[in-house]
Design a protein around this ligand. Structure first.
Ligand SMILES: [Zn+2]
Length: 253
């Protein structure tokens, strides 16, 4: 009668060791489940758009973290993503050395907040660059389960054009490349700032296309890019004080 038993001395206390089998199941949430279904059934990424601030989020989520309102507008995106950040690792999650280095990156999508952390399917991390266009390579439909591992990796859409194909004109090309890098980093900082590019999205798209291809911008386009860069900088300053409470918008893969 252990319950009725009254212990008068601490030494009388007895105990035994055993285990209770418990299993936890976590749901992906309403929007998270829709994101996974879309990935499994149609091999596409579902995003949510806020009706108030017009921000679009990947993966789809139920509430806008800025406006705290429900986002009812969801749609899949087909456009390629781009490498926002990447690194190369030599060990797996358990700390075991991998046979070959593995390249991992954050993939973002034009005009969409958030991103997906996943493997980058490249032979050599040296060939990866920030802003490089990538598309997901997925498991076959019959093998997909709605997990992020339905994505095998992100791979480059195509090889970047070579900009040094012949002798001569090295200085010009060097200058072009420097300008190219500047434009690329400016574009990157605009995207990073979270500046709502909604109204300038067409402009940014065409700039990104040109920059992605390594084409030189016209002076008008260059001015435009700098103007957007300035706007983004102001935006960043303005939101700095309020952004500290904003939760992370990146889903780990
Ligand atoms: Zn919003």
């Amino acid at each position: 009668m252990p319950i009725l038993e009254k212990l008068t001395q601490p030494g009388q206390a007895r105990h035994w060791t055993d285990s209770i089998p418990l299993e936890f199941h976590y749901t992906a949430g309403v929007a998270g489940e829709e994101f996974r279904r879309e990935l499994r059934d149609n091999g596409r990424f579902l995003v949510s758009k806020c009706s108030k601030c017009k921000s679009t989020y990947i993966p789809a989520r139920m509430y806008c973290p800025s406006c705290f309102i429900e986002m009812k507008d969801q749609f899949p995106i087909d456009k390629p993503g781009y490498v926002y950040s990447f690194t190369s690792v030599n060990r797996d999650r358990s700390g075991t050395d991998t046979e070959l280095p593995i390249t991992v990156g954050v993939v973002k999508f034009e005009g969409v907040k958030g991103g997906i952390v996943h493997l980058l399917d490249v032979d050599d991390s040296e060939r990866v660059s920030i802003g490089m266009k990538v598309t997901p390579s997925l498991k076959n439909l019959s093998e997909r389960t709605g997990a992020l591992t339905d994505i095998l990796a992100f791979k480059p859409t195509s090889a970047r054009p070579s900009k040094t194909s012949s002798e001569g004109g090295t200085m010009d090309r060097h200058a072009a490349r420097t300008g190219d890098d500047q434009a690329r980093s400016l574009l990157h900082s605009i995207e990073e700032s979270g500046y709502p590019i909604e109204e300038d999205e067409m402009t940014i798209s065409s700039l990104r296309r040109k920059i992605g291809k390594g084409e030189l911008l016209t002076s008008d386009e260059d001015r435009l890019l700098h103007r957007l860069g300035d706007k983004a900088r102001e935006w960043r300053k303005a939101v700095k004080s309020s952004s500290e409470t904003e939760p992370t918008d990146t889903l780990s893969g």
